[in-house]
Design a binder for this molecule. Sequence first.
Ligand code: AMP
Length: 420
Amino acid sequence: MSTFKAPKGTYDLIPPESAKYLAVREAIAAPLRNSGYGYIETPGFENVELFARGVGESTDIVTKEMYAFETKGGDQLALRPEGTASVLRAALEANLHKAGNLPVKLWYSGSYYRYERPQKGRYRHFSQVGAEAIGAEDPALDAELIILADQAYRSLGLRDFRILLNSLGDQECRPVYRAALQDFLRGLDLDEDTLRRAEINPLRVLDDKRDDVQKQLVGAPLLRDYLCDACKAYHEEVRELITEAGVAFEDDPKLVRGLDYYTRTTFEFVHDGLGSQSAVGGGGRYDGLSEMLGGPALPSVGWALGVDRTVLALEAEGVSLELPAATSVFAVSLGEEARRVLFAKVTELRKLGVAADFSYGAKGLKGAMKNANRSGARYTVVAGERDLAEGVVQLKDMESGEQVAVGVNEIVAELETRLG
Ligand code: AMP
């Protein structure tokens, strides 16, 4: 072991576990690729102001959890704590919304950073796959995203997750509700911090996890009862479309999220096997964000699913992913001539798309066969001087243990046939 360790709140993805993360990212991305979403990649850091404005000045993410720093050149930057603000910034900067094809549908995958108190399922560096549909107000688009996330989780074999759904209203009805909620909160016995929050962003108080706060919130006014007719109709259609798609969800009138930009549709995916960090993904509509960033009005909707927690959810359900073997053929050579011949065969197999590996370093047959076993390869090809003198190599089926001699010139074709 070296003297260095991964920083607090972070962990390394190492084989064979790392293959699960790749598979999860791939499974989340597949339905998006299949539904008109194009891949976007933005920098790992942005001007800190983008997040302050985009995510919200008073949010925990911005006030407590952001890795903000000043560069040698005096720029104020922050490691990205989430994806939406960056993706919208990039779309606006590239004028994607002017190409005439709205909504602009984008998906992304990457690392995010939040200075949080680490615990199981909550890290300072984590990984998300996300999707954003920019520039259209259409309940079918909200429904599409929820359906695609459901499809992604199901394709992985997850079952014990639930979809929580709510509407946060719009700039017409939310202020009325906000005032009513504030009135209610002012009458409660809350600590100073919470009272301050009630003044800045009262909706977030609903999300307080403490029992004594939750007890007092029974009887709080619900946004559901304040939605304007347009928001009500919009929400009803989202609910109908998801239901028609056969996707089960629960109405959660208290669901608010830790980011300020949400309007109307908000949702969260929770998994019941994860304990306190139960949210595996979340998202919603953010109709005002573009204007908050200085762009035109572009009603949009999106989500981000956490890769780390999805892997934990798979483990909690005991789902083992069907991962393709990393290596199909392993070559073991004895002697210098065999080494050259087999190395060439491995190269040839790889060019044909067969996953092949080679026993490197001077080691005896026993050590090399151990490597072959560990590689998980279905077939091992062994050759020594005597074999080559006879123009053959030994082909061993690692499942049955059966071994046959195959002509040196035939071995590649033979392996291709056997591996289908
Ligand atoms: P949020 O933007 O906070 O709704 O996060 C979306 C998803 O990202 C969550 O549902 C989690 O799966 C994941 N996530 C957020 N923060 C963390 C964290 N600190 N550690 C691990 N996963 C996280």
